[in-house]
Design a protein around this ligand. Sequence first.
Ligand code: PGA
Ligand code: ZN
Length: 431
Amino acid sequence: MKIASISAYQVFDSRGQPTIEAEVALQDGTRSCGTVPSGASTGQFEALELRDGDPRKFRGKSVFKAIANVHDIIRPAVLGRDVFDQRGLDQTMIDLDGTPNKKRLGANAILAVSMAAAQAAARARGEPLHAYLGPGNLLPLPEIQITGGGAHANWRTDVQDYLLIATGARSYAEVMEITYNVYHAAGEILKKRGKYFGVADEGGYWPDFKSNEEALQLLVEAIELAGYQPGRDAAISLDVAASDLFDEATGKYRFSLEQREFSTAEFAALLEDWCARYPIISIEDPMADTDWEGWQMVFQKMGQRVQIIGDDVFTTNITRIRAGIEKRIANAVLIKLNQIGTVTETLEAIRVTQEAGWLPVVSARSGETEDAFIAHLAVATNAGQLKVGSFSRSERMAKWNEVIRIERRLAGAARFVGSGIFQQILPAKSD
Ligand code: PGA
Ligand code: ZN
């Protein structure tokens, strides 16, 4: 099935920022789009998101250069190609770009076409996207943000995400119910205390706390108020996004909210103490992307009891993930399509992660779109976990709802193991 046309244009993400969408049409008339999300706490090792940088145009954020690259460079090379050869298409774009971080064409330009082609191919075959991407049938366990912080909430907390994992859920529907109850209980508590200031970029509450620990206390209280047992029915997950707290010059981590500074060892000790006092089952980016000794320290202390996820440290980059596996710095990898820039490389990153016995966590960005591609990606690969931000705002709910639709279509073939997924990496938890 040949690609008959490709076009790209500017649309807007959930923060109202410009982003690129591509449309691919096939010789049989099938059409599909791919829309690229965008991060705020972007890792320094990510593939390049090409923006125009002209302050007079969309405050420098427009993506017309990326769009021109799709039209002038990618389109001539890809028109007439077989849409079912995703690997070949992606490789062609990687070769056309020719740089390690896709800075010539822009990872956003490449990914828009890559996603649109995959979606069009699935449509042409009459299959749902997940079935086209892979044979998986495992419904993911969501990580759902309750309060936002860091770069997503003007540093109201230094820790970026305080999230909920419905560890006691026996079905995806039960995850939705537990999450719904805890999310709204947390809102109720914040309102009652005069600490409710709407929602942050990913739909979690925008809090007004005096310390980072206050958010942990809120989560425990919200779980209890909703009628659940913390640690059994629902547990806490953190994304520290520690690269944003790290000062390369002094080698210190800083909590601005509390005017505190930590050496690597002190910061690891703080996280260990939190894990001892709160039902924390997962920590993402506990250390900065350059502080591999810190990562090893955290993993040695907690890697048997807590899921340790690398986001900025790996940036969905197979070379970096392999290095992390060799050095044993984590047991899970955050997977973001636009950190690496093609569907094929993302699938590869998931495969490398799983082959090492680690867990992939498929993730959205803080600047999202209505495209629910990642819900399909999580199911297709049996990733087991999905992180999309909170339980409000349609760009978030689009993904949670898409999993509901996938479950319906899979009917009896859908599987859900919930927190059983952690048995693979946390032997200490399962005895
Ligand atoms: P980002 O945040 O999309 O702003 O990078 C998400 C995350 O850090 O996981
Ligand atoms: Zn992160």
